[in-house]
Design a protein around this ligand. Structure first.
Ligand SMILES: [Zn+2]
Length: 427
């Protein structure tokens, strides 16, 4: 019997949120020992049962797997979470698995975080220590089993352990970061770069309709259609922050836009107001502001900004790379371009989509914070509204709305191109 204990893998460091798109690639292509690499050559393990046992002092989670895999586990604070990183695993668990835990495990989520990598994020009931984390090889008729034992500790002990873990993780991240700094930005072809950002992904499903449709899938389908439309025009170089069911941290989405010297960043979402406001509907365009334009915008930004917490991103290791004295100035210019584009979107969407009664709003969305990339967030509609949901999942509606957004993008770039004074693409 072989125990695989606590391998602190590159994957864990990558998903801790400190690294860029480049680092993602490096982690995948560089070290053949990473689980991400292994997944491509071996069949993907299937998780088909999960059990949680124990009490408030010691809790055990067991996940049955079709074959043995390597794992890496670590804790996160505020809120208390335990993250288990795995190579890509196909979760074929009963619906609602993880919604209700017991003992020290309040609830847990699971899913893909990037091609080749999956993750389990556990919401802990309080400060915990990872006592055991290993995978038992299959024996006889027993499947392989992932075993995670958590024990209750006081907050001081939790924070001390966390500091030790973080040190180790930062060192690993720093090594990867170094090579990233030396890497030149991707060479452009002179056309403006438009970054499309389908929200959520992987184990962060975003909002969910009462009938089960997930925001992450609705917005990905839409963004892919918009990408095809824009690419067909030949006028733009289109970059997607994600093109599959991966989770991308919020800061990473911003970094992708900046690394490509994007001229425009369009984040795509689908909102919910839950069962209490099923009649609210329509598309809304958001720009960045320090103070939210109204309560609904503030709540929405708060919900959208939780994506990293949901997916178990270590916010304490997020580098503060936006520290430039010129940022304030750049931001003012960027803000004007963002608002300008948002207005164009509203006037185009009027003809194709039903708009929210106040279609132009602003709030503190993390994903809109690139200081030098005009950025807007489009909420296509409300998954909590049956008519909106029907439209958002219909090809006819999508095509019309994609056309409108493409037109707004063309209008946005037209005067700049005509004047020969495009502020973007940046030099
Ligand atoms: Zn969203």
């Amino acid at each position: 019997m072989k125990l695989r204990r606590f391998h602190r893998l590159a994957l864990g460091a990558v998903l801790a949120g400190a690294l860029s798109a480049h680092a993602f690639t490096a982690a995948r292509a560089g070290d053949t020992a990473t689980p991400a690499r292994k997944a491509s050559s071996e069949t993907v393990a299937v998780a088909n049962a999960v059990r949680v046992g124990g009490d408030d002092s010691r809790t055990r989670l067991i996940l049955d797997l079709s074959r043995s895999v390597e794992l890496s586990a670590f804790t996160l604070a505020d809120p208390y979470r335990v993250v288990v990183d795995l190579p890509q695993v196909s979760f074929s668990l009963p619906p609602k698995s993880g919604e209700n835990g017991r003992g020290l495990i309040k609830a847990f989520r699971y899913g893909m975080v990037m091609p080749g990598g999956s993750r389990i994020v556990i919401d802990a009931a309080g400060p915990v220590r990872i006592d055991k984390a290993f995978v038992l090889d299959p024996t006889g008729d027993q499947p392989a089993r992932l075993v995670l034992d958590l024990v209750s500790v006081d907050r001081d002990t939790f924070m001390r352990n966390l500091a030790l873990e973080n040190n180790a993780r930062r060192q690993a991240a720093a090594a990867t970061h170094k090579s990233e700094v030396e890497t030149p930005a991707p060479a452009g072809d002179g056309r403006p770069v438009v970054v499309l950002d389908p929200g959520h992904g992987g184990l962060d499903a975003g909002t969910t309709a009462p009938s089960g449709e997930a925001e992450k899938s609705i917005v990905l389908d839409f963004a892919l259609m918009l990408r095809d439309k824009l690419e067909k025009s030949g006028k733009y170089h289109v970059v997607m922050t994600r093109g599959d069911d991966s989770f991308i941290p919020l800061g990473e989405r911003v970094r992708i836009a900046r690394a490509h010297k994007a001229s425009l960043f369009v984040s795509i979402h689908a909102d919910t107001l839950g069962r209490r406001n099923p009649e609210t509907r329509g598309a809304t365009i958001y720009t960045l502001s320090e103070r939210a334009s109204d309560g609904e915008a503030a709540n929405l930004a708060e919900a959208e900004n939780k994506a990293d917490v949901i997916a178990g991103v270590d916010l304490s290791s997020e580098p503060n790379d936006v520290a430039d004295i010129l940022i304030d100035l750049a931001q003012r210019e960027t803000k004007a371009f963002s608002t300008n584009f948002a207005r164009k979107l509203v006037s185009e969407l009027k003809s194709s989509a039903k708009l929210h009664k106040h279609p132009l709003k602003s709030a503190g969305f993390k994903v809109l914070k690139a200081p030098d990339v005009p950025s807007v967030l489009v909420e296509l509609g409300y998954v909590s509204n049956p008519q909106d949901l029907k439209l958002m999942t219909s090809d006819g509606w999508r095509r019309k709305v994609v056309d409108s957004i493409a037109q707004a993008i063309a209008d946005f770039f037209a005067p700049q191109v005509a004047a020969g004074a495009a502020p973007k693409p940046r030099p």
